[in-house]
Design a protein around this ligand. Structure first.
Ligand code: 13P
Ligand code: SF4
Length: 364
């Protein structure tokens, strides 16, 4: 058999040529391959997805797919989830292995274990704390939750998952995104003072023993750099010019932005709400630029205008790494019988992580 085709042969291909070759490779692979696309993917890649969605929808699709190859146009943790939830003989592929998630990188096993151990000095962690990891995290952190009877959540099921967690134990350790945890907890009626932030660079998270004892949710001090760009003043300034504006935000946006928003929801929910809204409405959206631009184009026909909240254009640079050249490269290799860029989670870790993901899929 010939060797795998090297990526450098693709680097200089123009997008139009890639486009035609992606279509041809997909046709050759047929049902053996499914391409999943997250809503933040750029148009040139997104249009080749067989199924697109938010993290929860794509996890379900990966778990149910019959395809031999699951090509994930998204970021690394998403391909890991596809590998964990699919059958052992199925293969998960990430077109560019450097497509990570900067928020996911803000928590790691060493720091979370250290946090757990430090909490154990003060409270009975195993009986008092449910660890909850946002799906935007590495597989070993999902495995950590599996080991400690915890669970995974996404932006679309966080409230259900927190309810599940509080039914088990009185406190939650929530990582890595402080904003999703805080925004969700607050809407469930938990006062801000009972949601403390664990600074993973400080001893005991920078918290006093009393703060830890009194907390309902201990929030990891992680955040998304893309959603960090949205600020409440941007809403005020926009509404001054267009008072009729309806504001919708992803829960990774900060508390002050979510407080000023009419709706809060996952990427899939944002699309649904704006699509189903009355014609001729104006929307200000706090989430990634590719999604907002596509939604604006789509809704123009209904007289809706959809605006990006931040004055500077901020894209998710890691989602952007998946380009038509990488997609073409992985698909043509698969069509030629070569697997490149497989994402494979070690079996022991995958088994523990699967337990938490299964808990999540059942609870949501
Ligand atoms: P969704 O699950 O809402 O698509 O969010 C994923 C993500 O990474 C948002 O930044
Ligand atoms: Fe991660 Fe933020 Fe990009 Fe989502 S938008 S994948 S949270 S860096």
């Amino acid at each position: 058999m010939t060797a795998a085709l090297p990526i450098h042969d693709y680097a200089l291909l123009d997008d139009a040529e890639c486009d035609a070759r992606i279509v041809a490779a997909k046709a050759k692979l047929g049902k053996r391959c499914i391409v999943l696309g997250h809503h933040y993917q750029r148009d040139e890649v997104f249009k080749h997805a067989d199924i697109y969605g938010d993290s929860l929808k794509l996890s379900r699709e990966a778990a149910q797919s019959e395809a031999e190859y699951i090509v994930f146009c998204g970021v690394h943790f998403m391909a890991e989830v596809a590998d964990i939830l699919s059958r052992p003989e199925q293969i998960a592929i990430l077109p560019d292995l450097a497509a990570g998630c900067s928020m996911a990188d803000m928590a790691n096993k060493v720091k979370v274990q250290q946090c757990w151990d430090e909490l154990a000095q003060i409270i009975d962690v195993e009986n008092a704390v449910t660890p909850v990891t946002y799906i935007n995290s590495a597989a070993d952190l999902k495995a950590f939750c599996g080991q400690h009877d915890g669970i995974v959540c996404t932006s679309s099921n966080a409230e259900k998952i927190l309810n599940w967690s509080f039914a088990k134990r009185e406190k939650v350790l929530f990582f890595p995104d402080q904003h999703l945890g805080r925004n969700t907890g607050y809407r469930m009626g938990i006062p801000l003072e009972q949601m403390v932030t664990w600074d993973f660079n400080k001893p005991q998270g920078g918290l006093s023993e009393q703060q830890i004892r009194d907390a309902k949710i201990i929030l990891w001090k992680g955040y998304c750099s893309v959603h960090q760009a949205f600020q409440p003043e941007q809403i005020d300034a926009f509404k001054e010019k267009h008072p009729e504006t309806i504001v919708i935000s992803h829960p990774e946006a900060c508390f002050e932005v979510c407080e000023k928003s009419d709706y809060i929801g996952s990427t899939e929910m944002i699309l649904k709400i704006v699509r189903e809204a009355e014609a001729n409405t104006r929307w200000l959206v706090a989430t990634e630029l590719n999604l907002v631009n596509r939604l604006n184009q789509e809704c123009k026909a209904q007289g809706k205008s959809v605006h990006f909240m931040a004055p500077t254009l901020s894209m998710c640079s890691t989602m952007f790494r998946t380009d038509p050249q990488h997609l073409c490269w992985v698909l043509e290799n698969l069509a030629a019988g070569h697997v490149v860029n497989q994402v494979s989670v070690p079996a022991e870790q995958a088994a523990l992580a699967k337990k938490t993901l299964d808990n999540m899929l059942l609870a949501s």
